[in-house]
Design a protein around this ligand. Structure first.
Ligand code: PLP
Length: 403
């Protein structure tokens, strides 16, 4: 990225720090042995893997034995949604070849998710419906993307609750930055004896997470959102939560994720999370101040702009808007020409011209939803940068709106 390029797409991915690269290097060059090998070099690699596991778990308020290293957020969500649901389905007597009521609860197995989940969760739930006959229940959200807690409680009552294998709600929303009240959600879900999976991909390294203290059963994170190379992540699963592996093989990672472990990747996850948590503590206030200054500046130059998501309970470096009357993609391209890289909401939808699903679930009509713009950053913006963004937006919006 050149110096005059302003990167405002931290929610899509972040750069890898020099110290992370430095910490990985020995495990790619000298200490490269397979951590499953019985010889001394293998033991050295294993020690590094386990030290990384402990440090990484601690950074999320979990325990070393909770951690299953994976290839990232998508795999972690798939493992939680499919793995826990399949294991619980079997325990409920609803496995393939058995009919409802035959030695188990009546009716099909169910999974309950919020209506604003990332496709890694929502498409995994749809897979359970398509292949194993699950009923998928999507809990509505309000106009700021908060999950409707009454609807969640009602969805778990009575015999329907007894058929529910898992509830999945994200900690922070990728499109609009809203932070969900996870501790209230844990209380409701556990009140019905159902486990809770939390997609914390956007939250890890950006807001504090205490997996064990909060009572979360499974937690998915992705390294490239907080400074590791892409395709690294983890699912943390509390012992005692039934879970079936999705990959068959050598039985690494407690049998939950077969495949030779990526020691350098595990080290990267531990170092990058520790760096991100430290940076979070140091700069949180400045990040929030610059976010709110940016939001005010955008509204001043384009009074038609509307902030999406919760104005306060949102990720510290996340500002998202709709600009009624213009196309978000056109705005994105125009800002890019000004050297400002942002997103229309979710990196996964870019290029496919899909409407942002969270905005639709929040009750925003398709016409307005297609005008979404998301600006996300991992360091406080300077006054000069905010002025530059505001000037570019004023210019682009004015042109696109024909003013
Ligand atoms: N969940 C959320 C909330 C995300 O924002 C993303 C990626 O943007 C993912 C899951 C998928 O993570 P990954 O890119 O590591 O597969």
């Amino acid at each position: 990225m050149s110096d005059d390029e302003l990167y405002l797409d931290a929610s899509a991915t972040e750069p890898v720090g020099e110290d992370v690269i430095g910490a990985m290097r020995p495990f790619l060059t000298e200490a490269y042995a397979n951590p499953a090998s019985a010889h001394q070099p293998g033991k050295t690699a294993l020690r590094a893997l386990e030290a990384a596991r402990s440090a990484f778990a601690a950074g999320l308020g979990g325990k070393a034995e909770d951690v299953v290293f994976t290839s990232g957020g998508t795999e972690s969500d798939n493992l939680a949604i499919k793995g826990i649901s399949m294991a619980r389905m079997r325990a409920m007597g609803l496995g393939p070849g058995r009919k409802a009521g035959e030695g188990g609860v009546a009716g099909p197995p169910r999974i309950v998710i919020s209506s604003v989940e990332h496709p890694a969760v929502s498409a995994s739930a749809d897979w359970l419906a398509a292949w194993l006959g699950f009923e998928v229940v999507r809990i509505p959200v309000d106009a700021q993307a908060h999950v409707d807690l009454d609807a969640l409680g009602e969805s778990l009552e009575g015999e329907a609750g007894e058929r529910t294998t898992l509830v999945s709600v994200m900690l922070a929303n990728n499109e609009v930055g809203t932070i969900e009240p996870i501790r209230d959600i844990v209380r409701i879900v556990h009140g019905h004896h159902v486990p809770l999976h939390v997609d914390a991909v956007q939250a890890a390294g950006r807001i504090p997470i205490r997996m064990r203290d909060w009572g979360i059963d499974a937690l998915a994170v992705s390294g490239h959102k907080f400074g590791t190379p892409k395709n690294l992540g983890a699912l943390l699963v509390r012992g005692g939560v039934p879970i079936e592996p999705l990959l068959s093989g050598g039985g690494q990672e407690r049998g939950l994720r077969s495949g030779t472990q990526n020691v350098a990747g595990a080290v990267a996850l531990a170092i990058a999370l520790s760096d991100a948590n430290e940076k979070m503590r140091r700069q949180e206030r400045d990040l929030v101040t610059s976010r709110d200054t940016l939001i005010d500046a955008v509204r001043r130059v384009v009074p038609q702009a509307e902030l999406t998501g919760d104005p306060r309970r949102r990720l510290p470096g996340h500002a998202s808007f709709v600009f009624p009357g213009i196309a978000g993609e056109a705005l994105l391209v125009d800002l890019d020409a000004h050297g400002i890289a942002c997103s229309s909401g979710s990196a996964c939808a870019v290029g496919r011209h899909e409407l942002p699903p969270t905005l639709l679930a929040m009750g925003i009509g398709p016409e307005v939803a297609q005008s979404a713009l998301r600006m996300t950053f991992d360091a406080p913006l300077t006054r000069g940068q905010i002025d530059r963004i505001a000037m570019a937006l004023e210019d682009s919006y004015g042109r696109l709106a024909g003013r």
